[in-house]
Design a protein around this ligand. Structure first.
Ligand code: BES
Ligand code: ZN
Length: 603
């Protein structure tokens, strides 16, 4: 009795108003018009629902945010519908509003006629100027964590899984794609159909509409992008098939059919989003030398961790991201070798430690308490890197082969389910720890899951290449070597990043100019390096980079890049004035999620 109480308590999603324990959505069927002039998606959603045995009557409660609901109907057979009473509750700034629909006891289908609003938090409507060809507008959705409710009324919790299908009408010149089966060469332009036969959580329902084309990479992988970008993207990502094979060798077959990548315009606020069958990706990873494609390994890895086995609530987010970073590293090792993977691991550890130092103790734990908070508050390096380190430490204690077998079994056991941290821990106990109490004793589980900081026993990545790079950085700072004399010819992006972060925070004008002259950082085509350089430029008042900073902040909306730059600018009064001036121009082009983050910094 007590046990099941806690289990139920753990599964409760504080970020949804819905009542799946009473009545549960099993299928979502969309019939929508994408109206660019109004910035509105409009039409119907038809939900198949199933009552729990002890919930013989009573309403279904859905999540919504800023939706205009015109009508609700219900049906017992899916054919004849009768109008149903509905009510939109009070709006909460984080959660939106419950949409309660009264249903007769025998109802199995609910149909809602509705429209999204132009400021929907889960959609970004781009003007033609924000695209590569500058001819047509563009739309994309971003559901995670709780934004799908701003364009579809449904049970917006990762604990509920549903199949989905969609009929989407767009302007004729544009192509629509979704996180589902689709035909890359539809017969009729402007009318598209999709079907996702596997039950997925709502945050993975995704759509994009734009002037995009398709380029195949392998039999089951390809790229969608705007025409000027597509060839470059297909080249950059042409190891995707190898990555899939590496992941399949480790964790069993890829279960989703195709794996395509959609390269979005630069305002996409994230690096990538693991929408099933169709990863959404920022164009900022197109460095031209494949040096940033670990992003693909990451989003692909979510096909197992996250999409196949899903966090039941946003408290359990580390189950999605920690596992995924772990798998990403394993794929990278197999495809690009141990040295590069080690370099990426060192950089990650640095990122974690740097961010950890700024976080309150309660935000440094894997099983984070998000009561009364936006799930976005949990989006730090902690679930990602600390989560990965926890798995690495299990791997180190139990041996690679045993841990591989364990993880493969885990994905099989929980396939197409949403689980809590406790359910994972129970499975871990039974299937790995119990068999070897001596080894298990080496892993401080409670410390990993519930305590701040990084356990001292966490494995530490090292890289010989990085040791050399740091040596040159020090010699240059000490005046022992000129920048132009450092042997950088074969440096990888990771080595450049390590070089820049190994330098002291304060450099004088002469030093900044010497670096720029020797390495042309201000003109680099690698956005990851550029971002790090611009941060240093702000810190050290290196005004020669001002123009590039301005154009970067206006063009690129990737939050990971722009947030630290605005934060750094905001540290001085002149910087803040400059930031405000740039932001006035940049803000209309930012995604609502990115704009909210920057608003907070510059308020
Ligand atoms: N699922 C995340 C993106 C996400 C998480 C969006 C939470 C909204 C809320 C995705 O898989 C991710 O982690 N993307 C990273 C890049 C990755 C290589 C670490 C990102 O966008 O920075
Ligand atoms: Zn991820």
């Amino acid at each position: 009795m007590e046990q099941s109480q806690t289990v139920r308590g753990q599964r409760q999603d504080l970020h949804s108003y819905s009542n799946p324990e009473q009545i549960r959505v099993k299928d979502v069927s969309l019939d929508l018009d994408v109206l660019f002039r109004q910035k509105v998606i409009k039409g119907t959603v038809t939900l198949a629902v199933q009552r729990a045995k002890d919930y013989k009557e009573g309403p279904v409660i859905l999540d919504s945010r800023g939706l205009d609901v015109e009508k609700a109907e219900s049906s017992a057979d899916g054919k004849t519908f009768a109008e149903a009473k509905f009510e939109v509750g009070k709006n909460d700034p984080i959660l939106g509003a419950p949409l309660t629909i009264q249903l007769p006891p025998d109802a199995t289908v609910v149909r809602i006629r509705y429209a999204s609003r132009p400021d929907a938090s889960g959609l970004q409507w781009l003007t033609p100027a924000q695209t590569a060809r500058k001819k047509h507008p563009f739309l994309f959705s971003q559901g995670e964590a709780i934004h799908t409710r701003s364009w579809i009324p449904l049970q917006d919790t990762p604990g509920v899984r549903q199949t989905y299908s969609a009929k989407i009408r767009t302007p004729k010149e544009l192509l629509a794609v979704m996180s589902a089966e689709n035909n890359p060469n539809p017969k009729q332009r402007g009318e598209y159909q999709f079907h996702m036969p596997h039950p997925i959580p709502s945050y993975l329902i995704a759509i994009a509409v734009g002037d995009i084309v398709f380029a195949p990479m392998s039999k089951r992988t390809g790229v969608y992008a705007e025409r000027p970008v597509v060839a470059k993207a297909a080249k950059e990502f042409d190891d995707t098939e190898h990555m899939m094979q590496a992941a399949e060798e480790l964790y069993g077959p890829y279960r989703w059919g195709r794996y395509d990548i959609l390269v979005l315009p630069p305002s996409f606020p994230f690096g990538g989003m693991e929408n099933p069958r169709l990863t959404f990706a920022t164009p900022t990873v197109l460095a031209g030398d494949k040096s940033l494609v670990s992003l693909v390994a990451h989003e692909l890895a979510h096909s197992w961790s996250g999409n196949l086995v899903t966090n039941a609530t946003w408290r359990d987010f580390w189950l999605n991201e920690g596992f995924t970073v772990y798998i990403e590293r394993r794929i990278q090792e197999k495809v690009f070798g141990a040295e590069r993977s080690a370099m990426e691991a060192v950089l990650e550890r640095q990122d974690l430690e740097r961010e950890m130092a700024t976080l309150k103790p309660e935000d440094q734990v894997l099983h984070i308490n998000l009561k009364g908070r936006d799930p976005d508050d949990g989006f730090t390096q902690v679930p990602y890197i600390k989560g990965m380190l926890f798995l690495r430490s299990l791997e180190a204690a139990f041996g690679g082969d045993r841990f591989d077998t364990f993880l493969k079994g885990y994905f099989e056991h929980f396939a197409f389910q949403s689980i809590t941290t406790q359910e994972f821990l129970d499975y871990l106990q039974k299937n790995l720890l119990a068999g070897n109490p001596e080894l298990a004793a080496k892993i401080p589980i409670d410390e990993w899951i519930n305590k701040p900081g990084i356990p001292a026993s966490a494995p530490r990545a090292t890289s010989d290449a990085f040791t050399k790079v740091a040596g040159y950085a020090k010699d240059w700072v000490d005046g022992k070597i000129k920048a132009s004399a450092i042997p950088t010819r074969n440096w990888t992006t990771q080595e450049w990043l390590h070089f820049l972060t190994a330098l002291p925070e304060k450099l004088d004008a002469k030093q900044m100019a010497e670096l720029d002259q020797a390495f042309h950082f201000t003109k680099t085509g690698n956005d990851e390096i550029l971002d790090q350089w611009l941060l240093m430029a702000i810190r050290n008042h290196y005004t020669a980079a001002d123009a590039r900073l301005r154009s970067f902040l206006i063009e690129v909306g990737r939050r990971k890049y722009i947030k630290p730059l605005y934060q750094e600018l905001a540290k001085t009064p002149e910087g803040k004035a400059k930031a405000r001036e740039i932001y006035r121009v940049a803000r209309p082009g930012y995604h609502p999620i990115a704009a909210a983050t920057i608003d907070e910094i510059l308020k």
